[in-house]
Design a binder for this molecule. Structure first.
Ligand SMILES: Cc1ncc(COP(=O)(O)O)c(C=O)c1O
Length: 504
């Protein structure tokens, strides 16, 4: 395996830094203690005796939606000495900006076990949610004259993040296909765009420095890039020398295929041979990291969708030079992510790890297994919700009348619905205004029927460039209280489409 030292990475990737970032110098006003025995009089850190919280006791469910006082749950205790490698006296204190070492070790092990990068010289840096990580990454990479590519529909705050740097965002065409091999970024069009940059639509801009992609269970389309596509995109990145920013909040929520004959079939619940290893090997799509021989991939993982968004805790995996730049940004902005969040995550995962360990102190491998077991349970519930929603949508009169299509996602928490326009309805004009106007009307009908959705065009990088494909609405299966609420919502969606089309 190719090994990069810090200097090689610095030489190779300095040219990717924004001019602002390259010029940044951190002012440090004290040095690390020279060794043990020195009395700390330097940092403005309150002694842990000043902290009002002495202990935290948690009851952790063994399953999502488990009853409140179930006996199956785990008990987790934290105090100023426990867990000894990351006690409250430490996690309530100012902590290492890059994250606390026990949690970093866990995150590194996760990466090694699931998405072992194809080079040596990578590291992990904790951040305060992937949103925070993205802000920092684009601050590190972008100047006013930089260009960043994104899937034509994307998690829109990222567009703002790049534009906040004054940089340019350009859309990359997607294939919105049910075929897993075709889904996501349209490789031929990406290659064509870059090969013919000087005569293409963006010739007035610099060639892209980065591609931002939500590679699995994409937001908002639910599409997943196949491994073959990832390989081709990587080759294109090598040829045109750009960084791949892989944002993957949904990858662990992978769906087994939907079976119309047995709509409630759920491999997470029914397949007795499903083990953690099988989940990793056969369900999860490998990250771009696994083919990253050049150290050009920045991967973002977050605890938001898998544990709780209120933690504001995530991590970035990248080459050591780039993680250091992100670290530097954190030093002068957020500092370390919340120590309480780190403690809540670490202590709970440690307890989960004990179920897979014969020792009282579980190894970091056992912790990874325990955590993955939880993720499978979460994914199982999402797969169930997907089944409930598909079945309910396909049973609506609106669907049976052919008023809308369901774009089946392969992972994550979103399902997109596409109106089936009557012949000629949109051909009066091919102007995008007409589509957005119609979609706004559909939105009103759906709202009147009692459901709130997101309009696809509002997640487009450039509505004009995506005018032929932006006519969808995004719904989420994540927030409903229970199956009944999902079914009721789907029923209302069917009604909303009927009302909308009856008025056309
Ligand atoms: C693609 C994508 N990235 C990042 C985020 C936000 O993640 P975090 O809560 O870690 O900031 C979301 C949340 O919806 C998302 O869809």
């Amino acid at each position: 395996m190719v090994k990069y030292d810090f200097e090689t990475l610095r030489n190779r990737y300095s040219s990717f830094l924004s001019r602002r970032d390259a010029a940044k110098q951190l002012v440090k006003f004290w040095d690390n203690p020279p060794g043990p025995g020195v009395i700390e009089l330097a940092g403005g850190m309150p002694n842990s005796g000043f902290f009002p919280v002495d202990t935290i006791d948690l009851h952790v469910v063994s399953q999502p939606f488990e009853e409140r006082h179930s006996q199956n749950g785990l008990k987790v205790h934290m105090d100023k000495n426990e867990p000894k490698e990351m006690p409250l006296s430490m996690s309530l204190q100012y902590t290492n900006t890059e994250g606390m070492e026990p949690l970093l070790s866990f995150a590194r092990k996760m990466v090694e076990c699931i998405n072992q990068p194809a080079y040596e010289g990578w590291d992990v840096c904790m951040t305060s949610g992937s949103s925070d990580a993205m802000y920092k990454i684009f601050e590190v990479l972008c100047d006013e004259d930089s260009t960043v590519m994104m899937e034509e529909f994307t998690f829109s705050p990222v567009i703002s993040n790049v534009k906040l740097q004054g940089a340019n965002v350009i859309p990359v065409k997607m294939q919105l296909s049910a075929n897993p091999e075709e889904q996501g970024i349209d490789i031929d069009r990406l290659a064509d765009l870059l090969d013919n940059w000087s005569v293409g639509p963006y010739k007035h801009l610099n060639k892209p420095k980065a591609l931002y992609t939500v590679s699995t269970g994409q937001n908002p389309t639910g599409m997943t890039l196949s491994l073959a596509k990832r390989n081709r995109i990587y080759e294109i990145a090598q040829k045109h020398d750009f960084i791949i920013v892989e944002d993957d909040p949904y990858g662990y929520l992978f769906f087994p295929p939907y079976d119309t004959k047995e709509p409630m079939k759920n491999a997470y619940w029914d397949d007795k041979s499903l083990t953690v290893q099988k989940y990793v090997d056969e369900y999860l799509v490998k990250s771009f990291l696994t083919i990253d021989t050049d150290a050009r991939v920045i991967r973002l993982e977050t605890f938001s969708k898998l544990y709780a968004p209120g933690l504001r805790l995530s991590f970035v995996v990248a080459n050591k030079f780039l993680t250091e730049r992100i670290f530097n940004m954190s030093e002068v902005t957020t500092r370390a992510p919340s120590g309480v969040s780190q403690a809540l995550v670490y202590s709970v995962i440690k307890e989960m790890g004990k179920r897979h360990s014969s020792e009282p102190e579980p190894s970091v491998e056992s912790m990874v297994t325990g955590w993955l077991e939880w993720l499978m349970k979460v994914a199982g519930h999402y797969a169930h919700r997907r089944n409930i929603a598909f079945k309910a949508l396909y049973e609506t009169e609106g669907y049976k009348e052919g008023l809308f299509q369901v774009m089946e996602p392969s992972a994550g928490m979103f399902i997109d619905l596409k109106p089936c326009w009557p012949q000629g309805e949109l051909s009066r004009s091919d102007h995008y205004d007409l589509i957005t106007e119609k979609m706004d009307q559909l939105n009103q009908s759906l709202l009147k029927s009692g459901v709130q959705v997101v309009l696809g065009y509002r997640m487009a990088v450039d509505v004009k460039a995506s005018k032929d494909t932006c006519d969808f609405v995004r719904i989420t299966i994540a927030y409903a209280n229970d199956d009944a609420q999902i079914i009721e919502a789907c029923h209302r969606i069917g009604k909303g489409f009927q009302v909308f089309f009856s008025r056309m």
